[in-house]
Design a protein around this ligand. Structure first.
Ligand code: 6PG
Length: 236
């Protein structure tokens, strides 16, 4: 297991480059929601559109709303990445969004089915790269502090009836069982508001605890890169 902390001037740019490299392999990658990754998607689409031809995209989590809703993670990714790529004549046909509009239980069941079968047969799915953000409460994907999703060990995706943080809509989230299929997880966080959760999750002496979901990543993933700006790294 390795956790590499990288503190850089422009994490979104470094993230955009890493995503484009992973996308260009044609292997499955996982995108996430949140405002921090959005800029990375915009940069990737503008700078390296051809890398995304043939990309295979999945999502870390979704709010239980329709794909056009302003809370939808898919909608954000579409606006920041897929639409600009299409404008450059790059169409990503293999984009497996979570059907949030089906509700948290059914949405999770259907996503898991896709992961199991479209991902290459039961148990076969592997991710080249999983991108994650970290919430101010230390959540990753839509696994919030103290919630049942954190101890799920067999299902790849589960429903989250109650979000631990705004927006308070039910969610569907990948589990640690799914994240453990990643060759590498890239955690992206910027700004002073992330200094506490980043320290609580990744400082050398940080305990692994369900109070800080991101701290549990290292129990499940071999290769973790934490990409930060100086503000987010301030308490490490
Ligand atoms: C979501 C996200 C979530 C996000 C973090 C960080 O749907 O809310 O997938 O896990 O990555 O909350 O979000 P910010 O970058 O906006 O702080």
């Amino acid at each position: 297991m390795s956790i590499e902390i990288q503190v850089v001037d422009d994490p979104a740019q470094v993230c955009a480059d890493a995503l484009s490299v992973a996308a260009a392999t044609g292997a499955d990658i996982v995108l996430t929601g949140g405002s921090t990754p959005q800029h990375a998607y915009e940069l990737a689409a503008a700078q390296q559109p051809q890398a995304w031809q043939g990309a295979k995209l999945w999502f870390s989590d979704e709010r239980c709303v329709g794909p056009d809703d302003e809370l939808s993670n898919f909608r954000m990714v579409k606006g920041a990445l897929l639409d600009p790529l299409a404008a450059s004549d790059v169409r990503v046909d293999y984009c497996r969004r979570i059907l949030g509009e089906r509700g948290f239980e059914q949405g999770a069941v259907e996503y898991e089915r896709e992961l199991e079968h479209i991902g290459g047969g039961p148990g076969a799915i592997r991710f080249e790269l999983v991108l994650l953000g970290v919430g101010s409460d230390g959540h990753i994907c839509s696994m919030f502090p103290g919630q049942e999703s954190l101890s799920e060990r067999s299902r790849l995706a589960v429903g989250v009836p109650q979000a631990g943080l705004e927006p308070f809509v039910p969610r569907v989230t990948l589990t640690f069982s799914a994240l453990s299929r990643a060759k590498r997880v890239l955690v992206l966080a910027t700004g002073a508001g992330k200094a506490d959760p980043i320290a609580a999750a990744f400082a050398d002496d940080a305990p692994r605890t369900e109070h800080v979901p991101a701290s549990l990543l290292s129990e499940h993933v071999e290769d973790i890169v934490v990409l930060l700006d100086e503000d987010a790294a301030a308490r490490l």
